[in-house]
Design a binder for this molecule. Structure first.
Ligand SMILES: O=C(CO)[C@@H](O)[C@H](O)[C@H](O)[C@H](O)COP(=O)(O)O
Ligand SMILES: [Zn+2]
Length: 200
């Protein structure tokens, strides 16, 4: 007998329940997220910059979160130094063409990242070579390194001072957890730089 075709409703229901389960399990990671957010606050207070990198959906997250810090998330406050290493197509294409795609972030880290800065690498597999190379270089420079990943963490784990593991093995669910985790980090960072602490 052939397997019945999945219906939209079945597929959607599975996605929804997997999403809810993963998001609920994030409760146990809140202390880790607090630690990462505190490191960002410390770095910014000392004049550091928060750098971000990732591929595909994670590149979108990198840009999204840099924009939250440079612009604003929920409150009025000063602009915070942050840059996604995923946006300059001339740099990205030159590095990919002249070296290899594995070097598109590391070379930017080498030129821009200093001791006291933070590099946040976002990868659902934890194994993307360009993100791992960037974290390795940032560590050598003396920057604080953060791995935002999922499942069992992959190669990134050894390269990170702070890490968040989304509790799922599914790329899409991991990305959904990442967005929430990163928004929570932005919220706490922004709170630290907001003068009116009575604001929510
Ligand atoms: O958004 C998605 C899948 O939801 C894709 O674009 C996905 O981000 C890409 O396949 C990435 O290359 C995956 O890389 P990584 O998360 O394993 O580092
Ligand atoms: Zn996606």
């Amino acid at each position: 007998m052939t397997k019945p075709e999945p219906t939209t409703v079945n597929l959607f229901t599975i996605s929804l329940s997997d999403h809810i389960r993963a998001i609920e399990q994030m409760a146990s990671s809140l202390p880790l997220l607090q630690e990462i957010a505190d490191s960002l606050i410390e770095a910014i207070r000392r004049g550091g910059t928060i750098f971000w990198c990732g591929n595909g959906g994670s590149a979108a997250d990198a840009q999204h979160m840099a924009a939250e810090l440079v612009g604003r998330f929920r409150r009025e406050r000063r602009s915070l130094a942050s840059l996604a290493l995923t946006t300059d197509t001339s740099i990205l294409t030159a590095l990919a063409n002249d070296y290899s795609y594995d070097y598109v972030f590391v070379r930017q880290v080498e030129s821009l990242c200093r001791k006291g800065d933070v590099l946040i690498g976002i990868s659902t597999s934890g194994n993307s070579a360009n993100v791992c190379n960037a974290l390795q270089k940032a560590k050598e420079i003396g920057a604080y390194t953060v791995a935002i990943t999922g499942g069992s963490g992959g190669k990134m784990l050894q390269l990170a001072d702070g890490c968040f593991l989304a509790p799922s093995k599914e790329t899409a669910r991991i990305q959904e957890c990442h967005e929430l985790a990163l928004h929570m980090i932005c919220d706490w960072v922004e709170h630290a730089f907001t003068e009116d602490k009575n604001e929510k």
